[in-house]
Design a protein around this ligand. Sequence first.
Ligand SMILES: [Zn+2]
Length: 422
Amino acid sequence: MIDMAKQVMDHVKRLSVDIGHRPAGSPGNEAAAEYIEQVFRQAGLAVKKQVFSCSSWDHTETVLELAGQKLDAAANWRSLPCEVTGGIVPAGTLEELAQANMKGRIALLHGELTQDEFMNRASTVYYPERHRKTNDLLDRKLPAAVITVNPLLNSLRHVIKDPDMGIPSATVSPEIGCKLMHHAGKPVRLHIAATRFPGRSWNVLGTGSGSRSGRIILCAHYDTVWGSPGAFDNASGIGVMLTLAGVLAGRKLSLGLEFVAFSAEEFGGQGTEAYVVPYGLKQVPFQWDRPVGEQSEVWQPVLAAINADGVGLALGANSITTIAGSMAFDDLVNAIRSEKYPGVVRVDPWPASDHYTFYSHGVPSIALGCTGGITNINHQPIDTIKWISPAKLAEVVSLAADVVEALQDKTSEWTRSKIIST
Ligand SMILES: [Zn+2]
């Protein structure tokens, strides 16, 4: 157990400390892909890299000025450059935004509009209706720039990261947001020096065959948002997967294993979109009320997909959920959890990560995550290894390995839900 904890922590350190932030299309992203490839090869897996094009971004400086006074602001990830001076027009609700006259001025979005990060309009994995409405309104209102107030004190966490956003934007803390609010109508200067350009990224696949047909997919995403070392999101999940590659390589398993390190998850599922192409599949557009998708014949040999995204928080509890599996599959997974892993919490199904692609095509899926503890390190520069517990990471490795073992004598008919809802 101690050795496993060290192994998984070494991977997390390598990704989040040595490499650091690794958004799709960045040099860090490429370095992470190379590292993962190397670990897969050492585990004796056959490696394939799937290249796909994505949006890259570089940023030099962001300046926000109110009456000659400089205020802290951070260009939102993938923002267009700008040099704009205009009056501030606040909007805290969709209705307020709908009625505002902000053409050529600077929109100050706050309140219900910026409680969470905007999902990209091209996201096929997760695109809530409220984000779509906000984007549509901004496209119609044509402000010269947008300032988003993020709700976390002292934080400059980006609110927008959309490569298709046609309006330059920056994020400010609540403290600065409040100051701007008190000066609504007064001219503010926003200067963003940044470039948006075409780039590429990779999914890294490692496969090992078993003694019979059928396979289990183990996946995690290795990309981060801009500016976050992503120890928790998601060096932790990749660390778990890479450790599993080594641990399971030494066992004689009857089922094949396919390890997938996805990229561009933070983009909105571009990595999974590239992954499904060779199977002749398309990403199923996201719908909250679609708990299980149509079963895809081409993935019938897949007994289960296990995804880890954000695990191992020292102050939280690891969590597990199953989606699109049979009752017997759910019972098996839950029995392993409750008998051996009392610290792991069973949670309701959640869609927003790469397992979505599998369950939306009817593949029984397990999502490993974290609950409780601290909630506001995600997608921030403070998402560092100090919050991560090696023992909690090892707990996830061990739990996933137990599930893989328990599925060895099962079939894909056994793991699949008999009832298909669409
Ligand atoms: Zn993540």
